[in-house]
Design a protein around this ligand. Structure first.
Ligand code: 1GP
Length: 246
């Protein structure tokens, strides 16, 4: 059976766990807040990590029944242990390794768990200042305000068979993806839309959901304030109680 994420039912909140920042009690603390808030998913991964993603994924699975989705920043972060695996294609860039090369290398490892694989069209959006993902991917982000390029890229990704599109402002982005771009992309897509990067307050999460995000991803904001996940999930619950669907 294919890994399914319950997109159609409701808006979702995901928390990104960077393995390098999951030491000590921080993972158990994150799980405690997440369970209390009713978090939908954990993502594990990062642009550059020195701690293996596999260990953090395994530990999360021991600590909680909240599903864990692999969000691999590079080929060293492959593990089949997660409940689902985002197979990211960086469709905003023109780096062939991130469009197909790495996928070929990963295929022999992933083929036996292919039901867990969810192909995601990953789009880097310029949200002010250089981000790790921009440097590490050696690609240019889509300029802010170029909504037409973002829409065309996302629609191309959908037509290529991606099962979701991810608008990425970059971890710790100065500002999140602009709501006008989220709205423009949402209007033209029939697949789920994920938005992440710089969502460090409940009001920014609300703006992203209002503009049409189906799932938000929060990383840094929760590292600084674990209780942010409570506020984000409350916002989600408000949307879901109004039966907002895609
Ligand atoms: C990064 O979108 C995620 O891939 C999360 O970004 O750390 O800025 O929340 P933040």
């Amino acid at each position: 059976m294919k890994a399914e994420i319950p997109w159609k039912k409701r808006k979702l909140v995901a928390q990104l766990i960077d393995p390098d920042r999951a030491g000590g009690d921080s993972l158990a603390t994150a799980v405690m807040y997440a369970e209390r808030a009713g978090l939908d998913l954990f993502l594990t991964g990062g642009s550059l990590t020195s701690v293996p993603v596999e260990g953090v994924t395994a530990r999360l699975k021991q600590l909680t029944s909240i599903p864990v989705v692999l969000f691999p920043g590079n080929l060293t972060q492959l593990t089949t242990m997660a409940d689902a695996i985002f197979l990211l294609s960086l469709i905003s860039g023109r780096n062939p390794e991130l469009l197909i090369g790495n996928h070929v290398i990963a295929a022999p490892i992933l083929k036996d768990v292919r039901e867990k694989v969810i192909p995601v069209g990953y789009m880097l959006i310029d949200c002010g200042g250089g981000t790790s993902v921009e440097y590490m991917s050696q690609t240019s982000p889509i300029p802010s305000g170029k909504n037409d390029i973002a829409v065309a890229t996302a629609v191309a990704g959908e037509m290529l068979g991606m099962r979701a599109i991810y608008l990425e402002g970059g971890s710790g982005a100065g500002r999140p993806v602009d709501p006008s771009m989220i709205r423009a992309v949402r209007d033209q897509l029939t697949i789920p839309l994920i938005v992440g990067g710089g969502l460090d307050s409940a009001s920014k999460v609300e703006e992203a959901f209002t503009a049409g995000a189906d799932m938000v991803v929060i990383g840094n904001g929760c590292e600084q304030n674990p209780d942010l996940i409570t506020g984000a999930c409350r916002v989600r619950d408000r949307f879901n109680s109004h039966s907002v669907t895609i």
